[in-house]
Design a protein. Sequence first.
Length: 429
Amino acid sequence: MRRLILIALVTLACIIGWSGITLAAASEGWWRKPLTSSESPEAFLKAAETVIEDENTGNVAMILIEQGDIAGSHYASKGQRIDGDSLFQVASLSKWLSALGVMRLVENGRISLDAPVSTYLTRWSLPPSPYDNEGVTVRRLLSHTAGLGDGLGYNGFATKEAMQTLEASLTRAADASPGAEGSVRLVQAPGAKWTYSGGGYTLLQLLVEEVSGQSFSTFMDENIFDPLGMQRTTYDLDEAREMGLAENYRPDGETEPLRYYTALAAASAFTSANDLAALMKAHLPSAAGQENGVLTQETLNQMRRPHASQLGADIWGLGVMLYAPNNSGGFIVGHDGNNEPAINTAVRLDPETGDAIIILETGNNLLATRLAGEWVFWKTGNVDNLMFVSELETTIRTVIIGAILLLIAGILYAVRAWRLFGLVRTRIQ
């Protein structure tokens, strides 16, 4: 009996060890190879182009930046030709742009990061809840730690006439993604944990309008886009079409019209790869606080500091995702966007070096995110948080299969040991 107990304990230890090693390997990239072994941006670009050729079902605009300057680019489309000036709807990547606008108001002393957002609102207020509504601050809204449980996800509207007002959308978004409640309300104590909230950025959109006295679009034009020379960035779908809008593809290769959004700050900026390249340059120390920058270096550093974590990893700053350590004491930062039917956008930036990658695409749900994650690993040897999450299902499957095999091996060994024990006992008798 002692032998069987020992076998069971050893089997359990092996299962635990296997699980730990597999998860650690996925998190740390022990068995992962970079897209190219060369350190040259040309080599990475060529390797990425090969992936795009194999997997692109719509259109892709990609720019590689080294030390603040464009080192290469690649454009591909199954339909109308695109280039660096073609506009894409960037989905949730819009939140990064919106955060810059909010932080502009902070720098100008017009709002405080730690004041209740209700301090500045007159047109709409959070519904009563069992939690402290006054704990919903600007800082927590920016970092998705305000305790909101809207689940948004916006699908947009087919026509301008169908669009809701901002206040109505906050009360209950008529264009909420399938399965999303769509009501912006507290479902947990503010500051308790990180919960992604599209509705939180719609609330920030209202905040910008109330404090500035301008429409959100006008404020962003005057305070962010115009100063940075981002002349091909807009929140107006009709204007984007006039400028040269990239076609919106489904995964099956067919096109689908883009939609109108009330939730501009959360989901509906239209911009180009070249405009985002200008934005990356404005994040460098030489540009911050200067004529071609819009925020001081101190503010940009504050946005990049950890404000939220998950599974023990720092994942969010103020309006930016923290993807992986950059090996210089900071993080690779940026944002991704994803929306139906297959919009996927991704930007990664190392503020220490000025290196970055910009990928805008439609037609594939995760191509931009995956290539951006490959860039992070190629640059740093660290696994991008979104890459780890996107591969988590495969990792868990590997853990389960290995655990089952170890369990079967343990059972077979235990059966064999029991039979040997029985045989020995019979001979002794």
